[in-house]
Design a protein around this ligand. Structure first.
Ligand code: HEC
Length: 158
């Protein structure tokens, strides 16, 4: 009897698992259609060599990590730490300028520098607000900074 119960339970789990998967699939489809699925990706392609693309994406993942570190420091109310990370890892610097300019020169896309600079300048503003002890302002800058990241993603692709 116990075995039958166990078997019935297992079959029940499998069956519900299968219907979950089906539900997920149709939900995913619905969501993709709502978000303009099936429409062409008409962003500008950055014509860079594969190695440069890999480097750029690596840099991007580091930036996303930095955004997480800044968020964590703000959440912990460690404003000086948030200020330091924002300035040191994401602030506007000769190195960042050189990197953004290089991509711009290689692709002929001038906007790449201005869109990149907007992110880095925002990181400096965030840093200043955090340094001054203004967490609310720092969070506002963080929200704008993330929007600035996506302004470039909306325009360019690999
Ligand atoms: C000036 C342009 C630009 C800015 C600014 C920018 N990105 Fe990107 N990002 C790109 C491009 C181009 C890609 C490659 C997209 C593709 O694969 O088609 C990319 C890809 C990414 C990826 C995917 C990496 C992967 O492994 O595929 C992440 C994550 C990312 N960016 C995070 C960020 C974050 C976080 C910021 C802001 C702090 C940011 N980006 C700002 C241009 C930019």
């Amino acid at each position: 009897m116990k075995r039958i119960l166990v078997a019935a339970f297992a079959i029940g789990m499998l069956a519900s698992g299968a219907s979950f998967a089906e539900d997920d699939h149709s939900k995913m489809h619905e969501m993709m259609m709502k978000q303009g699925g099936g429409q062409p990706d008409d962003r500008i392609e950055l014509k860079l060599p594969a190695t440069m693309k890999a480097m750029q994406k690596n840099m991007m993942r580091m930036h996303l990590d930095t955004v997480s570190e800044i968020t964590a420091a703000l959440a912990a109310n460690d404003l000086q730490k948030a200020a330091a990370i924002s300035k040191d890892k994401l602030g506007w610097s000769p190195a960042e300028e050189q990197r953004c300019t290089k991509v711009s020169e290689m692709t002929g896309e001038k906007d790449f520098v201005s869109l990149g600079k907007a992110v880095h300048m925002k990181a400096d503003e965030l840093s200043e607000a955090a340094k001054a002890g203004n967490r609310d302002k720092a969070l506002e800058h963080l929200a704008s900074l993330i929007k600035n990241c996506n302004s470039c993603h909306a325009k360019f692709r690999h």
